[in-house]
Design a protein around this ligand. Sequence first.
Ligand code: NI
Length: 187
Amino acid sequence: MILPIYVYGSEVLREVAEEVDVENADKEELRKYIDDMFETMKHADGVGLAAPQVGDSRRILVVDGNDIADVYPYLKGFRRAMINPEVLEESDETADYSEGCLSVPDIHCNVVRPKKIKVRYYDADLNVVEEELDEFACRMVQHEMDHLDGHLFVDRVAPIRRKMIAAKLHNIAKGKARTTYKTRLER
Ligand code: NI
């Protein structure tokens, strides 16, 4: 099922999402929900989606790099669902990539983040996974993890760039964003 995507200005994007109670989780519900997140992300031509973006304040994210593997070949096969992800380590070395976000349509900005991280999370079958991520895979996951803490990539751009996009952001928050996918704005 394709879910509407909440856009900039929506309250849920600013909330700190709650951990999934893995011990008592309904596995079937979770798996179905994660399928819906992947479907919603694909439909919107995205490479990542966090549950708060579909109005659900739980610590769940999905990423899929297969569609951009022509640009970043090492992303071939990089498709993950992460429940309650946490960063165990991050590199001092940083990388600068252009980011966009389905909740912030038509805006792309460079953001500096750690180049490598080590994460721990539960996968869709509730197995604990530890994984080291580098380059754009690392970037995708860091962007989505930000959503779980109520942060958006536009919070992290340089002040001058932020000034340049202020009017666009204002329009999105007014409900004037144009997208090919269904959106929702809820304060
Ligand atoms: Ni995003």
